[in-house]
Design a binder for this molecule. Structure first.
Ligand SMILES: CC(C)(COP(=O)(O)OP(=O)(O)OC[C@H]1O[C@@H](n2cnc3c(N)ncnc32)[C@H](O)[C@@H]1OP(=O)(O)O)[C@@H](O)C(=O)NCCC(=O)NCCS
Length: 224
């Protein structure tokens, strides 16, 4: 019980310290805006603040990733990431590198391995795994580009690359690289160019990331 209180006090202290820094407050604002853009049901910032476990997992990950950069911080970061997994249902290894405006919708059962790299404006659904296929301590997890959508239940395995503006279909198992502006569906995933005009979509993505940092894929779950 004492340990739980100590952990809660440490979390409250870290949150208070974080909120005292303008950069952290800006990122928080950006995350809340991201929730609004991704989920039309999110109308109230306070409700979003308390009810999106995917966002809580990302906040915790940012702190734990910083801790992971120090040798002495690796063990506590790993232990705390397990606590975060228990609380949110999202397991992000503290070593994973994750970009801005990352969003996990219906967060539950998500696993992101140690050497994963995730770009900006990426969205995952529940039950997604960015996993490894090797026991060697090398780069063994996926690299996900910018503006990528990964559908519910998809597994992306090994040090594969999913290019910018691509989509991985629900329940796909990706074991090979996916080029930019394409969709990968099925088991094992096969690549198809998106029915939408890829070039137009990439251009819109580039413009939007500078002027309006949003993601241009049509999210079929937007109305759920
Ligand atoms: C893959 C996805 C992003 C659509 O991408 P797209 O490029 O617009 O693809 P299209 O809808 O044009 O479909 C292309 C082909 O892939 C097939 N396909 C689409 N999604 C698929 C999936 N998840 N598994 C298998 N095949 C799929 C389509 O039937 C179509 O086949 P066809 O060319 O033989 O007709 C979308 O289908 C998807 O899976 N999104 C994830 C949504 C999700 O997880 N929602 C969770 C809500 S809680």
């Amino acid at each position: 019980m004492k340990a739980l209180w100590a952990a809660a006090a440490a979390a409250a202290g870290a949150a208070a310290y974080g909120l005292s820094r303008p950069g952290v407050r800006e990122t928080l604002r950006e995350d809340l805006e991201t929730v609004k853009r991704r989920d039309p049901a999110a109308r109230n910032d306070f409700v979003s603040l308390v009810s999106y476990p995917g966002m809580h997992a990302i906040w915790a990950h940012r702190g734990l990733h910083r801790l992971w950069q120090h040798d002495a911080g690796k063990v506590p970061a790993r232990l705390m990431s397990q606590l975060v997994r228990t609380l949110t249902g999202v397991e992000i290894h503290p070593g994973a590198r994750i970009g801005r405006r990352f969003f996990i919708d219906h967060a539950s059962g998500v696993v992101i391995g140690e050497t994963s790299e995730v770009g900006d404006d990426v969205m995952l659904y529940h039950q997604v795994t960015l996993g490894g296929t090797s026991m060697a301590q090398t780069k063994r997890h996926p690299t996900i580009g910018n503006h990528v959508l990964v559908g519910a239940g998809a597994k992306i395995l090994g040090p594969v690359v999913v290019g910018d503006n691509s989509a991985v279909g629900a329940n796909a198992v990706v074991v090979k690289d996916v080029p930019s502006d394409s969709s990968a569906v099925g088991i094992p995933a096969t690549v198809r160019s998106k029915k939408k005009d890829g070039a137009a979509s990439a251009k819109a993505g580039a413009e939007s990331s500078t002027t309006h940092p949003d993601f241009v894929l049509e999210d079929p779950a937007l109305w759920i």
